[in-house]
Write a protein of this length. Structure first.
Length: 701
C-alpha cells in the first residue's frame, strides 16, 4: 500500500530572486524568413490561439486529436477533470477518457499510411565514433518494432506489465519503447548514468521482471559497462526478494568491449586486478541476446488497442524528499500534447531535420526524440556520443553533416562549448539552422547571447522551453515565428496552459511580480499519478497550494507578461539539467560509516548551473581528509549515479538546526555563497555553528 514517505508540505520553500539589474527587456524579433512560413506567425495570432485554447479546451484539443487514429472515439465528455480542486474529491485527470487508441500505431503505421512516410527517414543515427552511422526509415522502424513486440509477447510480457529499459542511445532503445507501447506494456526507461542501486530500486518499485539492456557503450573515451551494472542490479533485486526473470541484451560493442576489458583499463573499475571482469558475464538462465531472439520473430504484430488513459510509460524523477517517484503518463493526452508542442514550439515543417541532443533516459528524449517527432513523421538525428568527442566541434560537425534545421540542447552544453571558443562553431557551415531551442534549466543571458549570435548567426529563433517530467511537454516557451524573444526568458505559456504565480499562502499574485509557479487547469500532457502511490501524487503536487498544480519552481513575470524561471524553490538541485534530490544525496552520504549527518544544498556554478555542496558531520574518531572525500563521492556515484557525484564536501562539527531539530537549509545556502546576511536566525538552536560553518569553507571557494 501507499507509504507516506513524502512529506512535501514540510519542505521549506525558497525563492531565488531575479537580478533585475542584469536582465534586459530588449526584444529580439523572429527573423521575417521564419515568420513568413510559420504555423504561428505573429504575437497576435499566438494570443488568439492561446485564448481559444482556454475558452474551450475540449474543443481545442479534440480538434488536434483528430489528426490521429482512434480505434474508438471519445464521447462528448473528453476531459474528466476541469480543475485541480481537491475539495471535489480525488485528483483524477483524464483526456479522451473513453477512447481507445495505440500510440505506436499512431506514430508508425498511421504516419506511413496517412503521409506515405514509409521511405522517409525516421532517424539518422550518429555513433560515438564519427565514422559510425545508420539510417532508419519509418517502414524499417515499424518492422523492427513489430519484431520486438513479438519478442516481448514470447517472453510472456502482457498488457500493463512494466518493462525496464537500461540502454545507450541506439535505435534499439526506441524500438524497445515502441515495442512495449504496441502491446500495451509500460516502459520504464532508466538513464544509463544511473548506478546499479538506482536501477535496482526502480525495477523493484515497478516490479519489472524483464530488463532490456546492452553489453556496453562508449561515451567519448569512457566505457560504460551496462551489462555488468545490470547484472549487479539484478542481484540487488534478488537480495530484496524480487526476482528479475529475463535480460534481453543488445550487442552494441561486441568485440570492442572484450578488447577493452582485456586491455586492463576498465574505466571506473577500482576493484583489485584479480577481481576485474575480463569478459561479458552471462547467465544463460536469464540472459538472451537481442539479435538471437529477434532473428526468428515475425515482423507483423497487431497493436493492442488500449484505453486512452491506460499507462504508457513511467519515468522516475527526484523530488524534495523520499525516493524518486515513478511519474506515470498515459497514451491519448500524451500523444496529442507531444505532437502539438513539437509542431508549434519548433515550428516543424516536413522538410526539417530535427535534432534533440538529450538522452532518451530523460523526459526530453521521451517526448522530443521518440514520440513528438515520430507523431509528426519527422526526420530526426539521434546521437550516441558526447559534445566534446572527438573534439569540441562535434555538435556543429553533426549539424553540418545532416543539414539540421531545428536543434534542441541544454544550457549546460551551450556554456561548456562556448568555453572552447567560437572557432569550433565557425569552422562548420551551420547556416542550415533556423530554430535552436534550449531546455533543462534557466539559460543565463550571457549564454543566450552567445547561442543567438555565434550558433544562430542572429537569424535563429530560440524556444527556451520550460517544462518538466511531470508536464509531459512544453509549458512556457517562445514560438519561433511569433514571439519576440528576451534573452533568458521562457516567454509565454503554450496553448492550454495557465501559469500563475502565488505567494507562500497560495494567493494568486497579479501583474509584474515574483512567486511560486503553479498551473491552474489540466492540459493533456500532465502526469496522471505516481506509480503505486496516488496519494503521494496528490500530496506533492496539489496540497501545498490548494486548487493548483505546483511545479516546485519559482518565477518572475515582468511588466510585459514574460516569464523568467528562477529555478527550484524546493529541495531539488539541478546539475547540468539533471534533477537531483538533496534527500537522496544525503541518504547516500549517511550510509557511509564515517558520517553521522549530512545536508546538501545547491551551489551556483558557471557551467553546470548548480552543483551539489554537501555538509557532513562525522562520527567521533573519523578523520576528514582527501581520502574520505573521495570515498564519499564514490559512495554517491554507487548509490545514485555518476552524474550526481558531489562537487564540494565540507566537514562541519554541527548543522544549523531549529529547536525542533529541523535543518535550516536557508543558512547553508548563504554559507555556500559566503553571504553573511543571514536574515532571521532567532529559531536557530545553537548560533555558534554559524561561525564554524563560515570558517570551515574550503579555501579555494
Ligand atoms: C524538461 C526537464 C524539470 C525542472 C523544472 C525547472 C528546470 C526545465 C527549464 C527549466 C528554466 C527552462 N524536465 N527547467 N526547463 N528552468 N528554464 N527552460 O528538464 O523534470 O528533468 O526537470 O528543470 O526547474 O522544474 S525535468
Amino acid at each position: 500500500m501507499a507509504q507516506k514517505s513524502d512529506q512535501s508540505n514540510e519542505v521549506e520553500l525558497h525563492l531565488e530572486h531575479v537580478d533585475k539589474a542584469h536582465i534586459s527587456h530588449e526584444l529580439f524579433h523572429p527573423d521575417p524568413s521564419i515568420s513568413a512560413h510559420a504555423h504561428v506567425s505573429s504575437l497576435k495570432q499566438y494570443q488568439e490561439l492561446h485564448h481559444r485554447s482556454l475558452v474551450n479546451p475540449v474543443g481545442f484539443w479534440t480538434e488536434l486529436a483528430k489528426e490521429f487514429y482512434w480505434k474508438r472515439h471519445w464521447s462528448s465528455t473528453a476531459l474528466s477533470c476541469w480543475n485541480f480542486d481537491r475539495r471535489a474529491g480525488k485528483i483524477s485527470i483524464g483526456w479522451f477518457t473513453d477512447a481507445k487508441t495505440n500510440i505506436c500505431y499512431n506514430v508508425l503505421d498511421y504516419q506511413i499510411k496517412k503521409k506515405n512516410a514509409g521511405d522517409r527517414v525516421a532517424y539518422y543515427w550518429e555513433g560515438n565514433d564519427p565514422d559510425d552511422s545508420r539510417v532508419v526509415t519509418y517502414a524499417e522502424l515499424l518492422k523492427e518494432v513489430c519484431k520486438f513486440a513479438n519478442v516481448l509477447k514470447a517472453q510472456g510480457v502482457k498488457r500493463g506489465d512494466r518493462v525496464a529499459i537500461y540502454m545507450p542511445m541506439v535505435i534499439e532503445l526506441v524500438v524497445a519503447m515502441l515495442g512495449c507501447a504496441r502491446i500495451g506494456a509500460v516502459h520504464s526507461v532508466v538513464f544509463g548514468g544511473f548506478s546499479a542501486d538506482s536501477l535496482a530500486d526502480r525495477m523493484f518499485d515497478a516490479t519489472s521482471e524483464i530488463l532490456i539492456t546492452a553489453d556496453g557503450v562508449f561515451r567519448g573515451t569512457k566505457l560504460i559497462n551496462l551489462k555488468s551494472i545490470a547484472d549487479s542490479a539484478v542481484a540487488k533485486c534478488k537480495d530484496k526478494g524480487f526476482e528479475v526473470k529475463r535480460l534481453i541484451v543488445y550487442k552494441n560493442l561486441g568485440d570492442k568491449l572484450t578488447a577493452h576489458l582485456d586491455a586492463d583499463t576498465l574505466a571506473g573499475d577500482k576493484s583489485p586486478p584479480s577481481k576485474r571482469v575480463r569478459q561479458l558475464s552471462w547467465d544463460s538462465h536469464i540472459d538472451v541476446w537481442w539479435h538471437e531472439v529477434m532473428s526468428t520473430a515475425s515482423d507483423e504484430c497487431e497493436p493492442v488497442w488500449v484505453n486512452a488513459e491506460e499507462p504508457l510509460f513511467m519515468l522516475y524523477t527526484s523530488g524534495s524528499t523520499g525516493k524518486p517517484k515513478g511519474v506515470v503518463h498515459t497514451s491519448g493526452g500524451y500523444l496529442v500534447y507531444t505532437a502539438t508542442t513539437f509542431k508549434y514550439s519548433f515550428d516543424y515543417h516536413p522538410e526539417d531535420i530535427f535534432w534533440c541532443t538529450a538522452d532518451i533516459g530523460w523526459i526530453t528524449g521521451h517526448s522530443y526524440i521518440t514520440y513528438g517527432p515520430l507523431a509528426n513523421a519527422a526526420t530526426s538525428v539521434m546521437f550516441e556520443g558526447v559534445p566534446t568527442y572527438p573534439g569540441p566541434d562535434r555538435f556543429w560537425a553533426i549539424v553540418a553533416k545532416y543539414r539540421v534545421s531545428k536543434f534542441y540542447t541544454a544550457p549546460t552544453a551551450i556554456r561548456a562549448l562556448r568555453k572552447f571558443g567560437d572557432d569550433h562553431v565557425k569552422k562548420h557551415d551551420i547556416s542550415c539552422l533556423k530554430v535552436i531551442g534550449t531546455v533543462g534549466e534557466p539559460i543565463n543571458p550571457d549564454a543566450w547571447h552567445w547561442y543567438y549570435e555565434v550558433v544562430g548567426n542572429k537569424k535563429c529563433s530560440i524556444p527556451d522551453t520550460y517544462w518538466q517530467t511531470e508536464t509531459g511537454g512544453h509549458m512556457i516557451t517562445p514560438l519561433p515565428g511569433a514571439t519576440p524573444m528576451k534573452a533568458g526568458s521562457a516567454g509565454f505559456p503554450f496553448f492550454g496552459v495557465v501559469p500563475i504565480l502565488v505567494d507562500k499562502q497560495g494567493e494568486e499574485l497579479r501583474g509584474e511580480t515574483e512567486g511560486y509557479l503553479c498551473i491552474k487547469q489540466p492540459w493533456p500532457g500532465i502526469m496522471r499519478t505516481v506509480y503505486g502511490d496516488h496519494e503521494r501524487f496528490e500530496q506533492i503536487y496539489f496540497d501545498r497550494f490548494k486548487g493548483y498544480y505546483f511545479t516546485g519552481d519559482g518565477a518572475y513575470r515582468d511588466k510585459d507578461g514574460y516569464y523568467w524561471i528562477t529555478g527550484r524553490a524546493d529541495d531539488v538541485i539541478n546539475v547540468s539539467g539533471h534533477r537531483i534530490g538533496t534527500a537522496e544525496v544525503e541518504s547516500a552520504l549517511v550510509a557511509h560509516p564515517a558520517v553521522v549527518e549530512a545536508a546538501v544544498v545547491g551551489k551556483p556554478d558557471d557551467e553546470k548551473g548548480e552543483v551539489t555542496y554537501c555538509f557532513v558531520t562525522l562520527h567521533d574518531g573519523a578523520v576528514f581528509n582527501d581520502a574520505l572525500v573521495e570515498d564519499l563521492k564514490e559512495q554517491v556515484r554507487l548509490k545514485i549515479g555518476r552524474f550526481a557525484a558531489p562537487h564540494v564536501i565540507q566537514n562541519t562539527p554541527a548543522l544549523p538546526k531549529t529547536r525542533s531539530g529541523k535543518i535550516m537549509r536557508r543558512i547553508l545556502r548563504r554559507v555556500v555563497r559566503n553571504d553573511h546576511d543571514l536574515g532571521d536566525v532567532s529559531t536557530l538552536a545553537d548560533s555558534s555553528v554559524i561561525e564554524q560553518l563560515f570558517a570551515n569553507r574550503p579555501e579555494q571557494l
